[in-house]
Design a binder for this molecule. Structure first.
Ligand code: AMP
Length: 293
């Protein structure tokens, strides 16, 4: 595993990894002459490793980036306190057959204030983008940059950040970017809580209360199974969270899976319950795919 922090060293490491790996065969004999990218902000956990494992299935070369992108944090958010633990991350990755880790500095990623910016469009103003103005413009800026620098065949994103995934897919489609975006299901702890680097902020009481987020999603999903429509599903999910004095809801919505826009009251088909809530002082997000009959 090569760990690099500059664009120049990244280029060399990618070339070296390609020379060593391209043309290699998998255990099943097929040629895996592909490169996959997993982008992270570090503080790695099994959710990130799930992305790495999926990447390894499709590609001979796996590149993982670790960068806490200042552009996607708004004023008053947790940019300063976001966990940074590169040594522990590298230790975890050393057991994972990742070929290249790109962990750049701010100066390397943004040598100047970027003048050319990506407009993530109207869908970025809803949900996460409503509470966190500018968040998705910042996300797409860094995703675009790291894709350009690493030139992967595939890039893997978690369904945990479902709106981010939808917007990255939209960017790749609208700009004809030569990469295939792959979605990976949410990795959860045994009690259902979606794994997140931000879970480290939770007090023991808040960590217990955070289980209500997944229970809220399940309550909504069970109404969907009974044939209820989007408004009743969202209401049932919200009701679970409203019971808790430690939880403050930001949003609970049902969106159409294909557009990530709010599902109409009579919508039928593939949908997703999405929610964000503060558990004590920590803002968590979660979601669950459902089928509305
Ligand atoms: P982050 O480091 O939080 O920016 O996450 C990096 C990537 O890992 C994103 O594509 C996330 O959606 C994904 N990810 C984070 N947590 C999980 C999880 N619990 N399950 C699946 N993917 C995740």
């Amino acid at each position: 595993m090569q760990v690099v922090s500059t664009k120049a060293d990244l280029k060399k490491a990618l070339a070296a990894a390609s020379a060593g790996k391209y043309g290699a065969s998998s255990a099943h004999g097929e040629k895996l002459d592909k490169r996959a990218l997993v982008m992270t902000m570090g503080a790695l956990h099994s959710g990130h490793l799930a992305l790495v494992k999926e990447a390894q299935k499709l590609a001979a070369q796996v590149v993982l980036s670790i960068y806490v992108n200042p552009l996607q944090f708004g004023p008053g958010e947790d940019y300063e306190k976001y966990p940074r633990q590169l040594e522990a991350d590298l230790q975890l990755l050393s057991e994972q057959e990742v070929d290249v880790v790109f962990a750049p500095t701010d100066e390397e990623v943004y040598p100047r204030e970027p003048q050319v910016r990506i407009d993530p469009g109207p869908a970025a103003k809803l949900f996460e983008g409503k509470t966190r103005p500018g968040h998705f413009a910042g996300v797409l800026q860094v995703v675009q940059k790291v894709l350009q620098l690493t030139q992967p065949d595939y890039a893997f994103f978690g369904e945990k950040d479902a709106q981010q995934l939808a917007l990255v897919k939209a960017m790749v489609e609208d700009l004809n970017m030569p990469v295939e975006i792959k979605a990976v299901p949410i990795a959860r702890a045994g009690d259902g809580v979606a794994l997140s680097s931000r879970n480290s902020y939770l007090s023991p009481a808040a960590r217990t209360e955070a289980t209500l987020l997944y229970r809220a999603l399940q309550a909504g999903a069970s109404l969907a199974q009974q044939g209820e429509k989007a408004p009743a599903i969202a209401q049932a999910a919200a009701a679970v969270l409203q019971n808790s004095s430690l939880i403050k809801i930001d949003y609970v919505e049902v969106v159409e899976d294909s557009t990530f826009l709010p599902a109409a009251a009579n919508f039928q088909g593939a949908a997703r319950i999405i929610l964000a809530a503060w558990v004590e002082d920590t803002r968590l997000i979660d979601n669950l795919a459902i089928e509305i009959k």
